[in-house]
Design a binder for this molecule. Structure first.
Ligand code: AHR
Length: 504
């Protein structure tokens, strides 16, 4: 039987902006994330523009990716930018990810060309692990200087006289682990040096806060991570003119087990419920680290940037385990919606998030195989959430109910409401329950709703996926919203994500 759910939205009490950077992406030199996923080379038979595949660009353009984090990940702390510029590239190995050849044919210019083609911005991570402050500082001068310095001239000779814009700058990656196994104090000292000397010279970004510097933050909720956040934020409280940060990163993957052992396809309701229950731990993690940040930065100047998150499952059988290849099901779509809603509810502090990773790696938007491409259920969530980019949070109350399966008990319903930049009122509502339909009765305070329309994403099974052969198994369909006496009636399919706009 369908469950009845009362939802009410109060647009008279708007909250803060839901930063579009919550919808950021992450593209690391890992497996087929870059090579084949983005870069095929200009002599490829796969249609491309200057080596960058056209099908992928068109798909990403459609989801208005606000920023792309690059080149890693663990890769970033071993990346030497000079390897990837000019006519002669340095060929190396990629020891983090399968030990394969890294041809460096995709470097700074190719990355900038790619984000230009998709209409996004750069979130560049500098090498704080094996690199030097001088190397990082030179890279920034190479990318951003407008005056005729030697590095600017070199960039111009390589085809780009105008300065590039860096929207976000990562000061290291997981410096507590693959980024160099540093203690919080050691990282702090090192990070301050990078923060001091790595400068943005782009004259269009005169205010230094236009390139947001993101320090490495926690990787979980345990004691050592709270100590990490505490150390960096305590120092921030007393920072001087000579160093600064605008953000603290946080990484948290949904795995349940480590090493990741859950299957990404071919699983049943047990694993569906366990994974979704586990992903909700993000809320406590955000709260925990926000509380530490509040202690030292009550004005919330430093953003919490969850720049690696998503599902991390066992590698697909037959794939290179170092390539982190997994399928993407309706469970991942729901997982994405639940996390985006958590970030949005904490928008006062969480002002950026980058799902890992954009193409062919972990919880991807897009899966490719040579010339073939398929869009995942997670991709469609990002598409449906477009109206929430830079929208204003609006309080929504609902009777979440309970979905219980085996040992897993979790809320059955989740929802997010916002006033879009288009002036419309938007509601996202997730039905986690894989078996029961939900009958929603929606009331908007002070708003005589005349029409409601939108889309819903659902799948026939808990592990429904899109494949090259069947790409339309999990795709958005129009919803069945109807308006009765100013109230909106919505029928939510089991295991579904729905986004509707309301007009009066
Ligand atoms: O996204 C895969 C890896 O996960 C990243 O390289 C690293 O930062 C994290 O441990």
């Amino acid at each position: 039987a369908a469950q009845k759910v009362q939802v009410s939205i109060d647009p008279s009490r708007p909250g803060v902006k839901i930063d579009r950077n919550l919808f950021g992406q992450f593209a690391e030199h890992l497996g087929h994330g870059i090579y084949e996923g983005i870069w095929v080379g200009s002599d490829s038979t796969i249609p491309n523009t200057r080596g960058i595949r056209n099908d992928v660009v068109a798909a990403l353009k459609a989801i208005h990716v606000p920023n792309v984090r690059w080149p890693g990940g663990c890769f970033a702390d071993e990346y030497h930018w000079r390897d990837g510029i000019g006519p002669q590239r340095v060929v190396r190995l990629n020891p983090n990810w399968g030990g394969v050849i890294e041809p460096n044919t995709f470097g700074t210019h190719e990355f900038m060309d790619f984000i230009g083609q998709i209409g996004s911005e750069a979130y560049v991570s500098v090498n704080v692990g094996s690199g030097t402050p001088q190397e990082a500082s030179d890279w920034l001068e190479y990318m951003t200087a407008a005056q005729a310095t030697t590095l600017q001239k070199e960039r111009a000779a390589n085809g780009h006289p105008a300065p590039y814009k860096i929207a976000l700058l990562g000061l290291g990656n997981e410096s507590w682990d693959c980024g160099g196994n540093m203690t919080p104090d050691y990282y702090l000292d090192r990070m301050k040096v990078f923060s001091r000397f790595v400068r943005n010279y782009n004259p269009a970004q005169t205010d230094k806060n236009q390139m947001l510097k993101i320090a490495v933050g926690p990787g979980g909720g345990e004691e050592r991570w709270t100590e990490w956040t505490d150390t960096v934020m305590k120092a921030y409280q007393k920072h001087t003119w000579s160093w600064d940060i605008n953000g603290l990163s946080m990484h948290s993957y949904t795995t349940v087990k480590w090493p990741p052992a859950y299957k990404s396809v071919g699983f049943g309701e047990d694993e569906y419920a366990q994974i979704l229950k586990s992903t909700l731990e993000m809320e406590d993690l955000v709260k925990k680290h926000s509380a530490i940040m509040d202690k030292y930065d009550p004005e919330k100047k430093v953003a919490l940037i969850v720049d690696e998150w998503g599902s991390w499952y066992a590698p697909l059988p037959g794939s290179n385990p170092g390539f982190l290849v997994q399928q993407n099901s309706i469970r991942d779509a729901i997982l994405a919606a639940l996390n985006i809603n958590i970030f949005a509810r904490h928008s006062d502090r969480v002002r950026g998030a980058n799902i890992a990773q954009m193409i062919n790696v972990l919880q991807a938007m897009i899966i490719t195989d040579k010339e073939k491409m398929v869009l995942t259920p997670t991709y469609y969530v990002y598409k449906m959430y477009l109206p929430f980019q830079d929208a204003t949070f609006v309080p929504v109350t609902f009777d979440a109910g309970t979905y219980k399966h085996g040992d897993s008990t979790l809320p059955r319903i989740d929802a997010l409401a916002a006033r879009g930049k288009d002036g419309k009122l938007w509601l996202e509502i997730t039905n986690v329950d894989p078996n029961q339909t939900a009958d929603v009765e929606l009331n908007v305070t002070g708003f005589a709703t005349k029409s409601a329309s939108g889309e819903t994403l659902a799948g026939p099974k808990v592990d429904s996926v899109n494949t090259f052969e069947a790409p339309n198994t999990v795709v958005p369909k129009p919803t069945s919203a109807r308006v009765e006496g100013g109230k909106v009636m919505l029928k939510l399919e089991p295991k579904s994500v729905t986004v509707v706009s309301l007009e009066q």
